[in-house]
Design a protein around this ligand. Structure first.
Ligand SMILES: [Zn+2]
Length: 307
């Protein structure tokens, strides 16, 4: 069991982990909070970018000597391998941490990961704390691991006549709020398949907002494209609803999440909305509503594929 304080700390760690979304791939976005022996928050951190220190290392560095005798609260099982950085379970042991609270177990660890190693070293380990909430951030990374392909978000607009258009950009709409919101969607995905068929990768990777575009010789099948992208380290892909591969993605069931910016049609002309086989009033069949918020004169409707 985790205490109320440890659950509070986990929620803080989950929020911290979200700072890594869009930059950590192929690594997961992870957050970590260190509580000292008296339960005070003495350090926190998150994994920011591939090749840079993991969340646990950042949090331990911030806590310094205060970590000794304390508790580490971390959203994903600490790693057990020495890769680009030393194994986090070793760093936790060396810092004198006697208790580690973990939300989600790393599915790649096959029960031989950091949790088992920590227990083997006499550390008390709790797992499964607030894992549903952690999945709000870690979900796409976990889904990519499980599906062996990037997590796919389809984005599009639905105008007042119920017609479907593409990703809101400055060229397509004058609603600045909408353009900024859609731009942020691009930032939090590892790659973006644009309406003109170009692939934009690493909008936030590297340093600053380094956008580079690949030539258009991308594969013509959605599944082929996803296979090559996951190979290249991409864990999440944003697909512009008007790109030529969109129907291929939908037909094979490769869209995990949809974001639709829906304009009001008004009560009088509701009959004009399209009712084709894939959409009803701009919503995808087989998808469940997750979140709705007003953005720039539209309602942004987020939905997820029914599992
Ligand atoms: Zn690690």
């Amino acid at each position: 069991m985790a205490s109320a304080l440890e659950r509070d700390a986990m929620r803080r760690a989950i929020v911290l982990s979200a700072f890594g979304v869009g930059t950590t791939s192929p690594n997961p976005p992870v957050g970590c909070v260190i509580l000292d022996a008296g339960g005070r928050l003495v350090g926190e951190g998150y994994h920011e970018r591939k090749g840079e220190p993991h969340a646990e290392t950042q949090a331990l560095a911030a806590a310094g000597e205060h970590a000794r005798g304390g508790t580490a609260v971390v959203t994903l099982e600490p790693c057990n391998h020495h890769g680009r950085t030393p194994a986090c379970r070793q760093a936790l042991i060396e810092a004198g941490i006697p208790r580690v609270v973990i939300s989600v177990i790393d599915p790649t660890s096959r029960r031989e990961g950091g949790a088992a190693a920590l227990r083997g070293a006499g550390v008390e380990v709790e797992v499964g704390i607030l894992d549903d909430e952690t999945r709000l951030v870690l979900g796409p990374w976990l889904a990519a691991l499980e599906g062996k392909r990037p997590f796919v978000t389809l984005v599009y607009t639905v105008n007042a006549d119920g017609l479907v258009g593409g990703l809101p950009t400055a060229a397509r709409t004058s609603a600045r709020e909408l353009v900024m919101d859609a731009h942020n969607l691009r930032l939090v995905h590892d790659a973006v398949l644009l309406g003109d068929g170009q692939l934009e990768e690493g909008v936030l990777n590297g340093h600053g907002q380094d956008v580079f575009k690949l030539p258009t010789d991308t594969p013509h099948e959605a599944s082929d494209l996803l296979a090559s992208l996951i190979e290249g380290g991409v864990r999440s892909l944003l697909v512009d609803g008007i790109c030529s591969l969109t129907s291929s993605f939908l037909e094979v069931g490769l869209v995990d999440q949809a974001v639709a910016y829906v304009a009001s049609s008004g009560p009088s002309n509701a009959s004009q909305v399209t009712t084709d086989t894939k959409h009803f009033a701009g919503l995808l069949r087989g998808f469940v509503l997750r979140d709705m918020i007003r953005v720039g004169g539209t309602v942004r409707v987020s939905s997820a594929r029914r599992r």
